[in-house]
Design a binder for this molecule. Structure first.
Ligand SMILES: O=C(O)CCC(=O)C(=O)O
Ligand SMILES: [Fe+2]
Length: 183
C-alpha cells in the first residue's frame, strides 16, 4: 500500500527506553511555545531534539536504513536529506496532551520540503489511554499500531493527529525526510 507503510518492529523495547532516556537528559520544551507559537489547542506536548544530545547516532542510522528500503520498495520519492533533528514528543494526561489534525508540510525552508514522515511509538501501550496516532490518507481513517517500537512512514502531506491522552503518558519519535518539490 503506497500511502502508509508500517514497520512492526523498527526498534526493540529496550532501544525505545534508551531513546526516551536520551531525550530526557535535557529539558523537554513546551511544543506550544516553540517557534514563537503559543497555540495549545493545536498541540499540547513537550519536545526534545536528539541532535542536541550526544550519543544518538545509532538512532538516525536505523531510521535512515529503514526509510531507504521502504522508499525504494513503496514510495520511490526523490529524497535528498534528513534535514531536521529527530524529535521526541511527550504527551501527558496532566494536560490532555494531543496534536490536532495537520499535515507536516508547512512554511519555511525545511518544513516546505518535507516529503516523508516517520513516527515511532516509544511507549508501552499499557502506559497510557487515548493518544492514538490516526492517519487519513483517503476517506478512511487508519489508527496506527500502538506496539512499542513499531513505526509508520507516510507522505508528509497526509493528514494525521494524536488524540488526547487521558491517562498516563505517551512518547513518540518523529523524523522527516526532505527533497525537491513533488512533481
Ligand atoms: O506523536 C505523534 O505520534 C505524531 C507527531 C507528529 O505528528 C509531528 O510531530 O508532526
Ligand atoms: Fe505530524
Amino acid at each position: 500500500m503506497l500511502n502508509v507503510h508500517a514497520f512492526p518492529e523498527a526498534f526493540s523495547p529496550s532501544e525505545c527506553d534508551a531513546i526516551i532516556a536520551l531525550a530526557r537528559e535535557g529539558e523537554l520544551k513546551d511544543a506550544g511555545l516553540v517557534k514563537n507559537r503559543s497555540d495549545h489547542n493545536l498541540r499540547r506536548a513537550d519536545l526534545g531534539w536528539l541532535d542536541e544530545r550526544a550519543g544518538g547516532d545509532w538512532i538516525m542510522e536505523r531510521i535512515m536504513h529503514l526509510v531507504a528500503e521502504a522508499n525504494r520498495a513503496h514510495f520511490d520519492f526523490a529524497l535528498t536529506e534528513f534535514g531536521e533533528s529527530p524529535q521526541v514528543a511527550r504527551y501527558g494526561a496532566e494536560r490532555q496532551g494531543h496534536f490536532t489534525w495537520h499535515s507536516d508540510i508547512g512554511e519555511g525552508a525545511l518544513a516546505s520540503r518535507r516529503k516523508l514522515t516517520m513516527v515511532v511509538q516509544l511507549s508501552d501501550p499499557r502506559a497510557y489511554r487515548g493518544g492514538a496516532l490516526e492517519l487519513q490518507p483517503d476517506a478512511n481513517i487508519r489508527v496506527s499500531d500502538r506496539t512499542k517500537g513499531s513505526a509508520v512512514l507516510f507522505p508528509s502531506f497526509v493528514l494525521h493527529r494524536v488524540t488526547p491522552v487521558h491517562e498516563g503518558e505517551r512518547y513518540s519519535l518523529s523524523t522527516w525526510v526532505h527533497g525537491p518539490a513533488f512533481r
